[in-house]
Design a binder for this molecule. Structure first.
Ligand SMILES: Cc1cc2nc3c(=O)[nH]c(=O)nc-3n(C[C@H](O)[C@H](O)[C@H](O)COP(=O)(O)O)c2cc1C
Length: 172
């Protein structure tokens, strides 16, 4: 069975356990690489043409505006065909209760029929927010696993729970 991870992750300033800190590598990227290492997966990194601000407060404002407009920011690269994959893990940070709109840009026109979709979100307190409901509105014909929420600040320590969740949910 073939696995694909579609993920967005942003390095730079972020909110970590109540303080603003600069991260060299984004939390979700740590998890994406963990998934690849443990089950074997192709990684598709979602990258916007116009990068989000590195400053936390600026990024917060940009993200809120995009959410309010239900925006679909343009990406540097798009997937066109995911038919080779059985399991698709969709991973991203919680931004105002859901994924960054760039994730929706990446998945909106893909055919998920017959796939197993595994939602994963890194966060600072909101858990999965409403990302599962948002995915289900956009993705038709797929089977959904119950999503996994990972506390972003603990991403590097989450390997045990991530691997357990994958093993329980991927179609082998
Ligand atoms: C624009 C923005 C909005 C955020 N909104 C939330 C939120 O609504 N709830 C929450 O728990 N964390 C929120 N966070 C924190 C991130 O979800 C968390 O730090 C995440 O692990 C970052 O992942 P990344 O490093 O892969 O981008 C927000 C962070 C940013 C930059």
């Amino acid at each position: 069975m073939k696995n694909l991870v579609i993920y967005y992750s942003r390095s730079g300033e972020n909110y970590v356990n109540g303080a603003i800190r600069s991260l060299a590598k984004g939390n979700t990227e740590i998890i994406a690489e963990m998934i690849q290492k443990n089950i074997g997966a192709d990684l598709f990194r979602v990258e916007t043409v116009k990068p989000y601000a590195a400053g936390y407060m600026d990024c917060i404002r940009e993200a809120q505006k995009e959410l309010d407009n239900d925006a679909r920011p343009q990406l540097k690269e798009y997937l066109s065909d995911i038919s080779a994959y059985d399991n698709v893990i969709i991973a991203g940070p919680c931004w105002w209760g859901t994924y960054p709109m760039a994730i929706f840009s990446a998945i909106e026109n893909l055919d998920f029929t017959g796939k197993k979709v595994l939602p994963l979100m890194t966060h600072e307190g909101s858990g999965l927010g409403h990302c599962e409901a948002d995915l289900k509105k956009m993705i038709q014909g797929a089977e959904f696993a119950k999503g996994l929420a990972v506390h972003g600040a603990d991403a590097a320590k989450a390997e045990g729970s991530v691997v357990r969740w994958l093993r329980q949910n991927i179609n082998e």
